[in-house]
Design a protein around this ligand. Structure first.
Ligand SMILES: Cc1cc2nc3c(=O)[nH]c(=O)nc-3n(C[C@H](O)[C@H](O)[C@H](O)COP(=O)(O)OP(=O)(O)OC[C@H]3O[C@@H](n4cnc5c(N)ncnc54)[C@H](O)[C@@H]3O)c2cc1C
Length: 298
């Protein structure tokens, strides 16, 4: 690792002031679980300054104001897993955070770092996009809120400006009649990054008909998005294996239309379709046991 200046800051105001001074010569350090690995690589541009934001108290915590859930950007994955608010109003995010890395990684890694690193396998992003999350980006002169789904340009690249810091993530609470799920498939059961994942949210009316559906695959598309082409197949219908299979096949088709056919397609095409079906089955309670995901691993 090449030398760089280290600056510990204690407020957002201080952070944005240093960012304004250094611009693209600065890098933000939150939990460091992605950044420190990146800085050790040979071919990476070494920043002039690394700004350690981990001491900023105002960037910690989970609140639930006015029908929403608000996560400050330094909220760790462990804090998300243990949050009663997230368990009650966004259980798919609890599920996603609980399968990130190991206990050590979950204790250090933050939701802000997971988002801003923008790796396609980032596990909190599909649930947050399914939840309709908005994020706040602050600089010395400006504060703006954007849809999380509008943040990403391509893997590892976001539309955030070099002088901006992500401060908070906010999304509407899911009501108790709305069901959600998150499934991740890795190469092994523990300490495994996602090869593919799916976040799903389903709302049914009192007759069991689906009135709203949200499906966001992870590590499948160049940038995350809701696959509305599959969601609309579900609206107005009652859950069935055939219906959920059709939705899964549609997600698979959409994935291939974006990525083209490549060496991994033979594996990903059937597997993403099956994961989507199973995520939807989990929402309606037909699939509680994920042990049978093992047969999808290579
Ligand atoms: C062994 C191991 C296993 C892992 N397993 C998983 C896994 O299963 N699933 C998964 O999704 N990830 C996994 N990760 C990746 C990593 O732990 C997560 O992405 C984590 O959430 C990153 O958060 P951080 O706070 O450590 O980010 P950092 O490393 O501090 O920062 C990551 C990037 O985000 C930027 N950044 C951080 N915070 C902000 C902010 N507030 N505003 C602007 N920019 C910011 C940094 O400048 C940097 O570019 C794993 C990592 C390791 C080392």
């Amino acid at each position: 690792m090449k030398p760089f200046e280290y600056r510990a800051v204690h407020s957002v105001e201080e952070a944005v002031s240093v960012l304004a001074e250094y611009g693209s010569d600065a890098r933000i350090l939150a939990g460091g679980t992605d950044l420190l690995i990146e800085l050790r690589k040979q071919n990476v541009k070494t920043p002039k300054v690394v700004i350690d934001i981990s001491f900023i108290k105002e960037l910690r915590g989970i609140e639930s104001p006015n029908g929403t859930v608000m996560l400050q950007s330094l909220t760790t994955h462990s804090e998300i897993v243990n949050s009663k608010v997230v368990q009650q109003y966004a259980s798919l995010l609890t599920g996603a955070a609980s399968v990130i890395g190991s206990p050590q990684i979950r204790n250090k890694g933050t939701v802000g770092g997971n988002i801003m690193n923008a790796a396609t396998c980032a596990d909190t992003v599909p649930p947050l996009i399914a939840l309709g999350a908005k994020i706040t980006l602050k600089s010395k002169t400006n504060s703006r809120q954007i849809d999380l789904s509008d943040l990403f340009i391509k893997p590892y690249q976001t539309k955030a400006k070099p002088e901006e810091i992500l401060t908070e993530i906010q999304f509407p609470k899911l009501s108790s009649n709305v069901k959600s799920s998150f499934i991740k498939l890795g190469r092994r059961n523990a300490l495994s990054i996602s090869r593919l994942s799916v976040a799903a949210i389903l709302t049914q009316d009192k007759n069991g008909k689906i009135t709203d559906a949200r499906i966001v695959p992870g590590a499948a598309l160049p940038v995350w998005r809701r696959v509305t082409e599959a969601e609309i197949l579900l609206i107005g219908k009652k859950p069935s294996k055939e219906l959920f299979t059709a939705a899964g096949q549609k997600v698979s088709e959409v994935m291939i239309s974006h990525t083209g056919r490549r060496w991994s397609t033979e594996y990903k095409e059937p597997v993403i379709a099956t994961l989507v079906r199973r995520a939807l089955e989990m929402c309606v309670g037909d699939l509680k046991d994920l042990k049978d995901l093992k047969d999808l691993k290579d």
